[in-house]
Design a protein around this ligand. Structure first.
Ligand code: ADE
Ligand code: ZN
Length: 347
């Protein structure tokens, strides 16, 4: 039985912001704010196509995933040194702390950097330095998931995995991101099999723009533990039933889906329907610097657009802990904190 809570409507936004939560789907390169892009470009002598912060921000009008990715990869071109990666991740982790994120599993795209000649070691050391500092200074638990770019070949992914192996202790799992259409999960079967054998956690973007068949392939061919996005599962009710029955989490990113025109408006988003089907849905920010908000803004916009209530808030936050890749004992500590935050509202 789902737990029920009642909160006066005007107090719900404060509870959404204050409740402890985990973030399971965010790309650290997607947290690069235009101001930081310009500061790093100046620090590193990198030329940008846009004359000002305002001009860059004005270009953030996307029509689909690819139109976003083109700008996102250009933005990442300012990252060159360990300090740059540390600064980027630290800026995000401060925002996460402010949003009462107690645990975050951050994606990074090494190939975006190694293809430009930035060594893998520079990327991973800079990011992990910020993660360590977040635990020590903010009490925020932060881990890294290495994503393979699906528009590149599987051989390129295998080469990246080989490069990453000396740094195995710095990341907890692997994912699959970038242009979805035309790049089905099957393309990465061998590299995911190797990652599984290494004991890495496995996730993949599927069913963001791609069809439900990509979600099935991510489950059955790649053997992923969570599906990133997955919103197109509703086109296959057998798949919906399976996801609900297995307890496979979907890391949904509502503001991203609106910005990339997966849904026209928030009231048309299918997150509530997914919840009603019993799917373990979580709310995440994806690329917060590009899509108009960090995790709490995603919660606020989704709750306003879909008229969700306090019981949904509890379910979504609890799902974020249950679907995280931490030991059960740690999950229980955070769920107990969540229970305390909601105890005054139990009905
Ligand atoms: N890389 C960064 N954001 C992404 C998204 N929403 N989908 C696929 N790849 C991405
Ligand atoms: Zn994503």
């Amino acid at each position: 039985m789902p737990q029920r809570f009642e909160v006066p409507k005007d107090q719900l936004p404060a509870l959404l912001q204050a409740m402890p939560k985990a973030e399971l789907h965010m790309h650290i390169e997607g947290s690069l704010e235009p101001e930081l892009i310009f500061a790093l470009a100046q620090r590193n002598g990198v030329a940008l196509r846009y004359p000002s912060v305002e001009a860059l921000r004005a270009a953030y009008a996307f029509t689909d995933l690819q139109s976003f990715l083109d700008i996102y990869y250009a933005g990442a071109s300012v990252l060159l040194t360990e300090q740059d990666f540390d600064d980027m991740a630290w800026a995000y982790l401060l925002k996460a702390k402010a949003d009462n994120v107690v645990h975050t599993e951050m994606f990074f795209d090494p190939q975006t950097h190694t293809e430009r000649g930035v060594p893998f070691e520079v990327v991973i050391k800079g990011l992990s330095r910020a993660c360590d500092r977040a635990q020590a200074e903010l009490g925020v638990s932060a881990s890294l998931i290495m994503c393979f770019l699906r528009h590149l070949s599987e051989d390129a992914a295998l080469k990246t995995l080989a490069e990453a192996l000396p740094y195995r202790q710095y990341f907890i799992g692997v994912g699959l991101d970038s242009s979805e259409s035309g790049h089905p999960p099957e393309k990465f079967a061998r590299v995911f099999a190797q990652c599984k054998a290494l004991g890495l956690h496995l996730v993949a973007h599927a069913g963001e723009e791609g069809p439900p068949a990509y979600i099935l392939a991510a489950l059955d061919v790649l053997h992923v533990e969570r599906i990133d996005h997955g919103v197109r599962c509703l086109e296959d009710l057998k798949l919906v039933e399976r996801l609900a029955q297995q307890g496979t989490a979907l890391t949904v990113c509502p503001l991203s889906n609106i910005k990339l025109c997966v849904f026209k408006t928030m009231p048309e988003h299918n997150l509530k329907t997914l919840l009603d089907h019993g799917i373990k849905v979580t709310i995440n920010s994806d690329d917060p610097a590009y899509f108009g908000g960090y995790i709490n803004q995603n919660f606020l916009a989704t709750f306003a657009g879909l008229d969700l209530d306090a019981s949904d808030a509890y379910t979504l936050a609890r799902n974020s802990f249950e679907a995280s890749f931490v030991p059960d004992t740690v999950k229980q500590v955070w769920i107990a904190q969540l229970d305390s935050a909601f105890a005054p509202f139990a009905s």
